[in-house]
Each structure stands twice: as C-alpha cells, then as structure tokens.
Design a protein around this ligand. Structure first.
Ligand SMILES: [Zn+2]
Length: 347
C-alpha cells in the first residue's frame, strides 16, 4: 500500500527528506545549516520542499511547524513574508522567466544586501533561489561570497535539475537533497484523494508523470499544457509518415526556437511514446504509460521494426545528452528526425 500524503508537511512523497528537514525547524531542534540544495528533474517537488522548509523555519507556532495558521505561515503562502525572499531567473527586462531567463548579477547583489540585514519578524532570513543552474558567472561568484561567510541568521535554499551543471564550489557549500521520482501508485492515490482527478485521469496522469507529482498537478490546473501533449503526439504521428524534406523542415523550426524547456519536454514525450511502442512489441502492455492512445500504439508497434524503435530510442538518449551540453542543436535534431521510425503502411 502506497503511503498517503505526508503527515508532517503538506507534501506528497519524499518522506526521507521531510524526516531530515522537519526536526531542524522545530523550536527544540538543532537549527538549520546555512545552505541547502534540492536537486531533481523539473516539477518533482524541489520548490515545494524548499518553500515548505522556509515556511517551517519562519512559522511562529510552538508545536508542529509549519502550522499553516499563524501570520507568518499566511504571509509565506502569499510569498509576501518580509524575512523571505524568492529569487528566480529573469529575462533582460527583469520579468520572471524560468524557461529561458538567467539569474543575473543584480539579483545576487540583492541577496548579499538582504543577507546582511537582521530578520524583521522571525529568527531567520530565508532566501530561496530557484534554478541555480541558470546563474550566469557573475551571479555565481557573488553568491559564493555569501555562501562562504554567511551571517548566522541566513538560510539559503537553492534548486537545480542537475548537479553537473553547477560550480562544484557551490555544491560543496550546501547540504544536498536528491529528490527521486515517486512511485506511480503514490501519485495516482494522491491525485484521486480529495477529488483532484477522476480515477481514470489519475491513472493516466500518474503513468505519464515519470514520478513527478508537480507535473501531474500542473496538467490538472492548466488545460493548455494537456492540449500541448495532444498536439505534440499528433505532430509526431504525422512526422513518422512525412518525407525527409518535411522532417528536416520540422527540425529547423524546432532548433530555431530557443526554448530549451519546450525542446526537452518534447524529447521526453517522444521517449515515452517509443518506449511504449517497444513495450507493446514485447508483450509488456501493462507497463505502458500512454494508455489513452492504445490503438495508435498498436499501429506503430505493428508497423515498425523493433530494431528501428530501439535504435531511435538510443539516438534520442544520446542526442538529448549532446543538447544539454550545447552541441550544434540544428545538426543534432536533423540526425534525430532522419532516424525517426517510419511505420509500414498496413493493409
Ligand atoms: Zn505557522
């Protein structure tokens, strides 16, 4: 039986991390360290964990923290606590932009300044920096100064998708938490609970989520991103039947649009789809995720050779790795599109 929603903090899963962090925020606890780094894939729960920790640290209740009731908890829920600061990547005009923005030096200067001030209401100054992998060099260097000589009342929480993208000097100054994908059953159960989703929706979303509860919740909240998946699947099916010229034209469009998050989301969708095709070919139907498109899965499984599907999956994995290290995007995507399996016409 999957365990239910975490009993101590309002967080689904990642119990081990809550078990380590929650006692630090209790009045009787040893108190927090200066810096924490939460690692893991997008929408796995890093920010929820970091912000809940901050809320617990600033909570004024004597018992279980965060209490969710006190003035401090209320302010944190609106992100307007005077002792908490959220720093996010921004575009050149300073607007928050987590998809393509950067953490720039002026934000780091604000952190240095903030860290020198005494807390106004609570015991701590809580500074939360989202997506530290999007820091430019001057941001990272300024931040290191704060990490090297932190004031006693400062607690920094950082999030990033991959430690390999960070300066080792930043990682070594933080206590790190690697958040792992959650079991499908836990996500399904939590989505169904409190009527967030119907049983059918919960089952599908849990399977497609790759263990990321935040992703599943985002699909429920935002019908646009769900429609995006449908559109992306349809364009994939069309591409399998498209000419080489059409495939290369698609590759050009994709590489000219510099939204990395969008690109990696699309590649993840393709990986999920062809993995399901392979599972269908190998008689492992129960393990498939795209269970709302079974006829199309059957069709691709019958029409493509297992070798083509395996080769394509292998190339997908390799190219995704290249793209993360900014090899020529356009060339890498051309190679990928030309290897996309082409189902034989049935009939
Ligand atoms: Zn509280």
């Amino acid at each position: 039986m999957a365990n239910s929603v975490n009993q101590v903090w309002p967080i689904v899963g990642h119990q081990w991390a809550v078990d380590l962090l929650a006692p630090l925020a209790q009045i009787s606890g040893t108190g927090p360290r200066h810096a924490y780094l939460f690692l893991g894939p997008p929408q796995i729960g890093k920010s929820t964990m970091a912000w809940t920790f901050g809320t617990a640290l600033l909570c004024t209740h004597n018992g279980r923290r965060p209490c969710g009731q006190c003035r401090s908890c209320q302010l944190m829920s609106k992100a307007s606590h005077p002792d908490a600061r959220l720093i996010q990547p921004t575009d050149r005009d300073g607007a928050a932009d987590r998809a393509n923005g950067l953490l720039r030096v002026d934000a780091a200067e604000a952190i240095v300044h903030e860290a020198m001030l005494r807390p106004l209401e609570g015991k701590y100054k809580y500074i939360f920096i989202q997506d530290i992998h999007r820091a430019n060099d001057s941001f990272a260097n300024k931040l290191l100064k704060t990490l090297e000589e932190p004031a006693a009342h400062v607690v920094l929480c950082l999030t990033a998708t991959d430690r390999a993208e960070l300066l080792p000097t930043i990682v070594s100054r933080c206590q790190t938490f690697d958040l792992r994908p959650l079991p499908i059953e836990l996500i399904e159960h939590s989505l169904e609970k409190e009527g967030r989703a119907s049983q059918e929706e919960a089952q599908l979303l849990a399977r497609l989520s790759n263990g990321r509860f935040g992703w599943a919740m985002a699909q429920l909240r935002d019908s646009k991103s769900w429609q995006q998946r449908e559109d992306d699947l349809r364009s994939l099916w069309q591409l399998t039947r498209a000419s080489q010229v059409e495939r290369l034209a698609f590759s050009q469009t994709l590489s000219s649009n510099r939204e990395n998050e969008r690109l990696f989301g699309l590649l993840a969708l393709w990986t999920g789809w062809w993995r399901d095709v392979l599972l269908t070919q190998n008689g492992c139907e129960d393990a498939r995720n795209n269970i709302d498109h079974l006829p199309q899965l059957q069709q691709d499984a019958k029409g493509c050779s297992t070798t083509d599907v395996q080769t394509f999956l292998h190339t997908l994995g390799r190219i995704e790795g290249y793209l993360r290290h900014t090899v020529n995007t356009s060339l890498a995507l051309d190679v990928l599109l030309l290897q996309l399996p082409r189902p034989r016409v049935q009939g």
